[in-house]
Design a protein around this ligand. Structure first.
Ligand code: SF4
Length: 474
């Protein structure tokens, strides 16, 4: 049965397993259905009239439910969650889930599809649905948690913000007052510096959260850590140690999104006690381009840690996860060629990402979304990608499995389709202003780091970009 058939045939055309097994946290303690939920409302308990902070669990009165004060288990059967489950069982698309359905319309294997397919092999969907009450309530049995213990991070990536990374705060304080474009100001706003509506980057210190979470360890099948940077967080280590102490580590798969700059010996030792570890190494390009995007990482550290992870025991799976955005899409062919030249033993070994790299999109901030590139720039990316696909097809000629794999050539084509799916080029000015301010603040250079791409962009750059950078106007 194909992944699509698994999803479509089981319960309803809009069913996703996650609201039955999963809670995703945000760095500030808010909860959501998953890390993909779109910025849109999810029915009566999460409507715009309640404040429009969309995709976030809300109480009956409309205020966001935050783990700094609201209980994890109480929130599990909140009105918000019950409404989403009921909508899915009726075949409706919850507003918070629009992103998945939009991706599917572009031919992308959405998170809804791959998560439901993956989990349908671990749990009985029929049992989950049979145990759902008429109002959408389900037993207190959370099997999969996405945990972001605050925003502590050692990097300040171009697509991140102070909300995601504590290292961003200094640059944000420099850049924010200089922004002229209204949209960009909106994108760069940091609501009450992360403390709006009772939110806190130290939400995880709430004892009720810990007692709820620890009570779920016997049910837990997967713990997913992102951040911030999970491998520098002491609470991440404490939770792993507690799973081992309770004797359930052997049932639990650990999943990570990590910037891979710090892989301590201690974590390699703890991982040996767990059922499986899926380590997603966030890497957006190679060499200086990665250091520019994942600033200020050092490429030598990344290479060293990739080699170390490539030589770990067999219960550790390592994949490279690339966030596709305006800065790196032009160079994806070179990035894939670099990966293929490395001859890693296990990193993205086939079938992971078809043996290439795992790709996902940067939707926010909009000023880095590939949709905002001017059409001639998109055309240049498209031409380059098509030539590369010919090269790939020649290299893998005769390998039918690779050629029909959803994460190989098909994925590259679907990313191009996504880029063309909407024209946001009226927002290209936001990209220019943002990059100019970033370069001025950090002493980096778009032109020197991405020279070929810069030449493609140059005819479309306007005077504002050069005046911010202090260059001679063209
Ligand atoms: S449908 Fe998509 S956005 Fe909604 S919960 Fe599932 S994976 Fe998340």
């Amino acid at each position: 049965m194909s992944e699509k058939e698994v999803v479509n045939n089981k319960i309803s055309k809009t069913f996703c397993i996650l609201p039955w097994i999963h809670v995703s946290t945000k760095t500030n303690g808010e909860m959501r259905l998953c890390c993909t939920t779109s910025a849109s409302s999810a029915g009566k308990s999460n409507d715009k009239k309640f404040g429009g902070k969309l995709g976030v669990f809300r109480s009956d009165t409309g205020s966001p439910l935050n783990l700094a004060s609201a209980g994890l288990l109480k929130s599990w059967n909140s009105d918000y969650m019950k409404t989403v489950r009921s909508q899915m069982l009726k075949g409706e698309i919850p507003s918070s889930c629009q992103k998945c359905f939009k991706e599917e319309a572009s031919g992308v294997n959405s998170k809804r599809i791959w998560e439901t397919e993956y989990w349908s092999r671990q749990v009985s969907i029929n049992d989950l649905v049979a145990n759902t009450k008429e109002d959408g309530a389900v037993p207190e049995k959370i099997q999969y948690m996405d945990l972001r213990f605050g925003h502590l991070c050692n990097l300040k990536c171009t697509m991140c913000s102070p909300h995601d990374s504590s290292s961003w705060i200094k640059d944000w304080k420099t850049i924010n007052p200089q922004i002229k474009n209204d949209h960009l100001q909106g994108i760069m706003s940091w609501d009450n510096e992360g403390r709006a509506d009772g939110a806190s980057y130290e939400w995880y210190k709430n004892p009720e959260f810990w007692s709820d979470l620890l009570s779920q360890i016997p049910h837990m099948q997967q713990l997913y850590f992102a951040g911030g940077e999970p491998l520098i967080l002491k609470e991440h280590f404490e939770l792993l140690e507690e799973c081992i102490r309770q004797g359930y580590a052997k049932n639990i798969t650990l999943r990570y999104n990590s910037n891979g700059t710090y892989i301590p010996e201690k974590v390699l030792t703890l991982w040996q006690k767990f059922k499986y570890v899926r380590f997603g190494f966030s890497l957006d390009s190679f060499g200086a381009m990665n250091s520019y995007i994942r600033y200020p990482s050092k490429w030598a550290d990344i290479e060293k840690n990739l080699r170390a992870l490539d030589n770990t025991p067999s219960n550790i799976e390592v994949t490279m996860a690339c966030a596709v955005q305006a800065l790196n899409m032009y160079y994806l062919p070179e990035f894939i060629q670099w990966k293929l030249s490395q001859d890693f033993k296990k990193i993205n070994a086939y079938p992971h990402g078809a043996g290439l790299i795992n790709f996902h999109f940067v939707y926010h901030p909009a000023n880095l979304n590939v949709k905002m590139l001017p059409t001639p720039v998109k055309d240049a990316i498209h031409d380059k990608m098509e030539k590369f696909i010919v090269w790939l097809e020649e290299r893998f000629a005769g390998n039918k499995e690779f050629l029909k794999n959803n994460y190989g050539v098909k994925r590259l084509r679907s990313m191009v389709k996504f880029m063309y799916s909407e024209d946001w080029s009226n927002r290209f000015c936001e990209f220019q202003e943002y990059i100019a301010l970033l370069d001025k603040t950090r002493g980096t250079s778009l032109e020197e780091t991405f020279p070929e791409f810069y030449e493609v962009l140059r005819p479309h750059m306007d005077k504002a970009y050069f005046s911010v950078r202090g260059d001679t106007e063209i």
